[in-house]
Structures are given as C-alpha cells and as structure tokens.
Design a protein around this ligand. Structure first.
Ligand SMILES: Nc1nc2c(ncn2[C@@H]2O[C@H](COP(=O)(O)OP(=O)(O)OP(=O)(O)O)[C@@H](O)[C@H]2O)c(=O)[nH]1
Length: 497
C-alpha cells in the first residue's frame, strides 16, 4: 500500500468521524494506529501517535503570510508563497507530512486579522510579542536574523538609541518591532507605514531619520531598490528577529509537530535556502546585465588571450631580432654592435677589480687579392673558415667578434698583454698552416693591447688597432703589442715560422 492511498483511506475515515461523533472513533483509531509501526508513514521525523492522528485529521494547514517581505517571503503573481520562509515551511511540511497551504491576503495586517478569525491556523514567521501571545502560541525559531538601524549616508553611527532626542523612526505598523519600539523607545517619534519599503523610502527621502530592518532584508532591498544613500548605522541588542511560526492557541499538537519539523531542518538545508534566495533575486533582476557581462567577459578573455599570444610572439620575435642584430650574418660571430653593447661594462669591471683584460685586433693579409683572384664568394668562405678556426682555438670565456670586413677582435678576460700576445701568435700559426680550399694558405696580422686604468672602450680598441697597423706596416703575419704597460713595455713580433 502506498502512502497516498493510506492518507486517502484515513481521510475517508475522518469524514465518517465527523458524521458519527469523534470521541468513540478516536479511541478506536488510536488503538489501531498504536498497533502499527511508526515507519508505516513516510515521514522524516518520528511523530507520536497523537501527532500522526493530527496530521491525518488536518491534511491541509492554512497559513497566512506577509505578501511583501522579500527575501523572507511574498506572494507572487501566481498566488504562490515564495521566499526563504516559504522554502523553510516546505521543508517542515515534507518532514512532518503536513500540507501547509497558503491562505492568500493582501497585506500583513490582513494576515493578522485572518489568523485572529481562525481563517488560517498558522502565521508563517513572526516575532513573539505580548500582544501576539493573546491569540497565538509560538514554535521554536524558524529563522534568526538581527535587526539593524537604517539611516541616510550622512547620519552618524548610533550606539545608544535611548539617548537620542528629536529623532523620528519609520516602522511598518503591526510588526513586532513597531510594538516593541513604541513600548521601549518613547524618546523617538514613531511614524507608521503600511510596508517596510515605504519606511525605507521615507528615510531615503529625508522624511524620517531612521527605520529598523532585518539585516537580510536590508541587504537585499538596499541593493535591489537602489537605495544607495542609505546605510546600516547600528544594531540594537535584544531586538533581533526570532522568527517563529505562530499557531492559533487551540492547536497545541500542531505547534508540537511544527517544532519537530523545525528541529529536523539541517544546517546545510538552511544554508541552501538562504543562498538560493539571497542571490536569486539579484540574478533574476539583472539577467540581461549578466548576459552582457558574460559576453563582455568572453570578449575580454579573447582579447587578453590574443594579446598574450601576440605578446609572446613579439617577445620571441624581438629576442630573435636582438640576436640577429648582434650577430654577423656571414660568420655567425658577434658583430661590432654586439660587442659594443658589453665592452664598456666589461672594461669597467676589469678596471674596478684590477683584473687584466686584453684585446687582440686581427686582420687577414691581402684579403683584397683573394677576392680579386678567387672571387667574392671564395673570399666569404675564407672569412667563414677563418672565423671557425679562431673560435675553435679560443677559450669559451673569450669573446670573438667580426669587427669589420676582414677584421676580427678578440676580447680576452683575465689575460695580460703578454698572454694575449702568445695567444695571438698561436692563432696566427693555426691560420698560417691551415689549408683553405682552392686558395691554399693565408696569413693574418694582429695588434695587442691591455686595458689601462684610464682606458675606455674606444681608446683600448684604438691602441690595439694601432698595433695592428704596426704589424701590417712591419711586414704582416705578425703580432705587435702596445708598449705602454708601465712596468713591462713590450713590442713582440712573431716571425713567420
Ligand atoms: N669576400 C668578402 N670580402 C670582404 C668582406 N668585407 C670586406 N671585404 C673585402 O676585404 C678587402 C679588404 O681589403 P683591404 O682593406 O685593402 O686590405 P687587405 O687587402 O686585406 O690588405 P691588408 O689588410 O693591408 O693586408 C676589401 O676588398 C673588401 O671588399 C666580406 O664580407 N666578404
């Protein structure tokens, strides 16, 4: 037997009860249900037998609500109860088996009257007050939420409400807070409004100094209604919203069942309800803005992505351009521009730490004749081969550069001019004995200079160049060394072996 048919049968039985008198039948039914296991009903909370009977006897529990109190609750255009409290009540209903059904009204005042006249058995969520105690009993809190004072932006923070004078406060009539404030804060002038939004509007328009509002509702309405000239100016301890379900006094069992349902709502379920409503309104009201924002976001991402791609490409291209700009295309050695970028710094460092640094300036002898005799292409090959030979016979730490047409410069770190001269002789020897295809052998002349404390890049290379000229002048295929190192003036000449 499924649960629907169980309830249908019980409903039929109770129709019979009404016709034949409750008492006898109730006793019989209690005996019958008492023999059934409790889990015969698909409820999430265990109910006592009396409570189960109550649920069966009251398949529909009419509820009156505040029709305009979002995000807590409202009645939408389809006459449906919506909002945080509606969802919490639905959970209570699911857990207890109660069918909590909306009794629509047009205002909270109308709901209070409907409750007093018995048209609805419960009021969805309200604070307990002495006045309300006269006709209602209350469940445990369904929802707790602090009340905060709302003022205009320019109002100072309110720490002691009781000490204020000549201030007005707008409050919705019929609310617990209106009742409590009229009793407790006689120093304030009360202004009654029909709705809470009306009270907020009065503050925004300067017609009232402040209003009191649930923090949740305030956060929601300030944002959704665009009251950006309002702010939260204080909180009054002891005036928090403890929203409970109000049950007409005669329905003690119903209150107990509702309490069981409230206790069974898990923290996670409660949080899900809050999350759903505190963000839902914003999304639904500005859905086109979000669509636009998403579109804009995607466009921005595309632009950023494309920019990043091109920046990386540009970076790579620039890096390659830099390398190309500093490299000689024919020999693949550093070119004069590339060497100049670092020569000054290298020189300054050597001078500062008094480390020897020497320059060898070399030039292929009679290179014009090679070009003339074998052609320019053959000349190029000689330059390439010569570069390779020089590079292969240098330390990795040395820098070789194609200084000009058939001119090479070697920068030798941690090297005195004597050591550089020996190195130059070795290089000349290597070239002198190297067979160049189609051409045979060639010779090279070299000038050597060591950096002085007073040198800059130009004077140093100039001195090496002068020594090279000297070597050329003295018959080529030799090394000339500058003679201006103070303690060791020297001019060495390498005779062809
Ligand atoms: N093939 C080739 N020739 C070049 C290149 N750069 C410069 N030259 C040539 O190298 C020759 C240099 O000639 P000169 O400056 O008279 O010197 P040289 O003939 O080597 O005579 P000395 O240096 O006095 O021994 C010129 O004919 C330039 O055209 C190059 O990249 N490739």
């Amino acid at each position: 037997m499924d649960s629907a048919s169980v309830f249908a049968d019980i409903r039929r039985v109770f129709t019979l009860f009404r016709l034949t008198g409750y008492r006898l039948w109730s006793i019989l039914l209690l005996l019958l249900l008492g023999s059934l296991p409790l889990n015969a009903y698909p409820l999430q909370v265990p109910l006592s037998v009396t409570e189960q009977v109550y649920v069966s006897a009251h398949p529909v529990v009419p509820v009156c609500v505040d029709p305009d109190w979002l995000p807590f609750e409202a009645i939408d255009k389809h006459q449906k109860h919506v909002g945080i409290i509606a969802d919490l009540l639905a959970l209570v209903g699911n857990k207890t088996g109660l069918q909590i059904q909306l009794h629509p009204t047009h205002s909270w005042d109308e709901s209070l009257i409907a409750s007093q006249s018995g048209q609805c058995l419960v009021l969805s969520a309200l604070n307990q007050t002495p006045e309300r105690d006269e006709w209602l009993i209350f469940t445990d809190p369904l929802l707790e939420d602090p009340n905060v004072l709302i003022t205009r932006e320019d109002h100072p923070f309110i720490s002691d409400l009781a000490s204020l004078t000549n201030k007005t406060i707008a409050l919705q009539r019929g609310t617990a807070m209106a009742e409590l404030f009229a009793r407790d804060f006689t120093n304030l002038t009360m202004i009654d409004t029909d709705t809470e939004p009306e009270a907020m509007q009065m503050v925004s328009d300067g017609k009232a100094d402040m209003t009191l509002r649930s923090l949740v509702v305030a956060a929601h309405t300030i944002k959704s209604a665009g009251w950006y000239n309002l702010k939260v100016s204080g909180q009054i301890p002891g005036y928090d919203n403890q929203l409970r379900i109000g049950v007409v006094k005669s329905e003690q069992t119903l209150r107990n069942i509702l309490n069981r349902g409230i206790a069974a709502i898990s923290e996670q379920e409660r949080q899900q309800v809050m999350d759903r409503h505190l963000s839902l309104k914003v999304v639904s009201e500005t859905i086109t803005d979000y669509t636009f924002a998403y579109g804009l976001g995607i466009l921005l991402l595309a632009v950023i992505g494309t920019s990043l791609f091109w920046m990386r490409r540009l970076k790579a291209v620039n890096k390659q351009l830099n390398i190309t700009a500093q490299t000689d295309a024919l020999t693949q050695l550093t070119n004069r521009h590339g060497l100049n970028l670092t020569l000054e710094t290298d020189l300054e460092r050597a001078q500062r730490y008094q480390h020897p640094l020497s320059v060898i300036m070399m030039d292929i002898d009679h290179f014009k004749q090679i070009n003339d005799q074998y052609g320019h292409l053959a000349g190029d090959k000689v330059l390439v081969e010569c570069s390779r030979l020089l590079k292969d016979n240098l330390r990795k730490s040395d820098i070789i550069c194609r200084w000009g047409g058939e001119e090479f410069l070697v920068l030798c770190f941690e090297t005195t001019q004597e050591q550089a001269a020996l190195l130059a002789q070795l290089l000349l020897e290597k070239i002198r004995h190297h067979p160049f295809p189609d051409i045979g052998t060639i010779t090279v002349s070299a000038g050597v200079a060591q950096a002085l404390a007073t040198d800059n890049a130009e004077t140093l290379t100039q001195r090496a160049d002068t020594m090279l000229y000297e070597a050329k002048h003295n018959g080529r295929d030799r090394v000339c060394v500058a003679n201006i190192i103070p303690d060791k003036p020297a001019t060495m000449e390498a005779a062809p072996s």
